[in-house]
Design a protein around this ligand. Structure first.
Ligand code: CS2
Length: 410
């Protein structure tokens, strides 16, 4: 039996939530949604592994045994539903990446969660908390809304109301650098820093003693982290991919590239945020840069560069739009977006659900048209303010004709 069902058995889950769960004494069943091999090899090692946190000063290793079993979805659906019916289940958590938050049919995440919650409802067990651990703002609310849409289509009012009322969806901000691992890996390398902030919820009695922070409103934490950390990370990754640099720590340590991203972060992204008590944004941004520069992690630009179409909105576009309202110029954010567009045109290793469409559009002759066609894709629910388009197009034009280093040196 399990206290927690976690969907998404990747490295991030193993080195972040699983560690908090272990410290809280919770038993977890983790579900691979991608490949049966991942669950099989994890079980073959009795779900035991080491989390090794390291930086230039040394390393610390912790054995993790909180995950009692790994399942594969859909193969193990019956077992999963059984776990959902058990009264002791307290939490369903998710690390499924941004692109999974879409209602695209019976195999999509919202439909799968709807099936699991239906099993729980039918068992008569009490509600639980559904917590997203993906880098999006209002992440848990979003997934709950998508699940409710599925249930409404299924027209079961009693069940829909039960989910509305009994399934809590506290939003959460998660932060730890965890480079991807190969499936067989029994050691996960990460950084010493770890943070999980969740909106106030009864689960705090169990998770707060393990170091999870509970706050009335997680939004200031979420957007500060996504714009200052992930926004910088994405910009560095696309620069690295264009410059032929493998690891993100090398890009941020480069005098020109590092300075460009620092300017984008401090003079622009940071100014799109509100001051909130308890977060000193200037030192927060600095600590983020130091963490990204951790020379021991070998975090590949290629990994961070993936799924840009799903990431850029919350990482760059929302902040840039806010700067328009505040009448603060955003030349570096515009350049970073242009760098992404140029990367789409020239890279031969794009990993993005919209890769084909994006590449074709990005290779268009006319930069104005490239900017307009990509940045007005319906995928960006909150599109970039069009007053930026000319500036991005100009940046793209220069990226097509001059070396990146020369452009960013200016
Ligand atoms: C990264 C994140 O892969 C990515 O897109 O920006 O996984 C990042 O390492 C984490 O959010 C750090 O908390």
């Amino acid at each position: 039996m399990a206290d927690v069902i976690h969907l998404g058995l990747g490295a991030f889950h193993r080195a972040h939530q699983a560690v908090f769960f272990q410290d809280a004494g919770l038993k977890v069943v983790s579900v691979s949604m991608r490949k049966s091999d991942v669950a099989n090899s994890f079980n073959a090692h009795n779900c035991k592994y080491k989390v090794i946190s390291k930086d230039a000063s040394g390393q610390v290793s912790q054995e993790i045994t909180a995950i009692t079993h790994a399942l594969y979805y859909p193969r193990d659906l019956a077992r999963l539903k059984e776990l959902c019916r058990a009264p002791e289940l307290k939490l369903i958590t998710l690390t499924v990446t941004e692109k999974a938050y879409q209602n695209t049919g019976a195999d999509s995440l919202p439909a799968r969660l709807a099936d699991l919650l239906t099993a729980r409802y039918e068992s008569g067990a009490q509600g639980l908390a559904l917590i997203s651990c993906d880098n999006m703002s209002k992440n848990s609310e979003l997934i709950k809304r998508l699940v409710l849409e599925v249930l409404q289509e299924r027209s079961d009012m009693a069940l829909t109301n039960w989910v509305k009322e009994e399934v809590r969806a506290p939003n959460s901000m998660i932060d730890r650098i965890v480079p991807a691992i190969t499936d067989e890996n029994l050691a996960i390398f990460t950084e010493p820093f770890t943070q999980w902030v969740i909106e106030n919820d009864p689960i705090s009695t169990i998770l707060a003693p393990a170091g999870v922070q509970f706050v009335p409103d997680v939004r200031p934490f979420e957007i500060a982290k996504i714009r200052l950390f992930n926004g910088a990370h994405s910009a560095l990754a696309y620069i690295g991919e264009l410059a032929g640099i493998e690891y993100v720590s090398e890009v941020i340590s480069h005098p020109v590239f590092g300075k460009f991203v620092e300017n984008m972060q401090v003079q622009e992204a940071l100014k799109s945020l509100d001051n909130s008590p308890g977060i000193d944004l200037i030192s927060y941004a600095k600590i983020i840069r130091e963490r990204i520069a951790n020379p021991t992690l070998n975090h590949r630009n290629q990994q961070i560069a993936m799924d840009g179409s799903q990431k850029l909105q919350q990482r760059m576009i929302d902040g840039a739009n806010e700067l328009v309202k505040r009448k603060i110029p955003a030349p570096n954010l515009c350049m970073a977006i242009a760098i992404w567009l140029h990367y789409l045109a020239v890279s031969d290793r794009i990993n993005d659900p919209l890769a084909k469409e994006l590449k074709a559009l990005a290779q268009g002759q006319n930069p104005d048209e490239v900017v307009r066609s990509i940045l007005t894709l319906p995928n960006f629910l909150r599109p970039l303010d069009q007053s930026y388009f000319a500036q991005i197009s100009e940046a793209l034009q220069s990226l097509r004709s001059e070396p990146l280093l020369d452009i960013l040196l200016l």
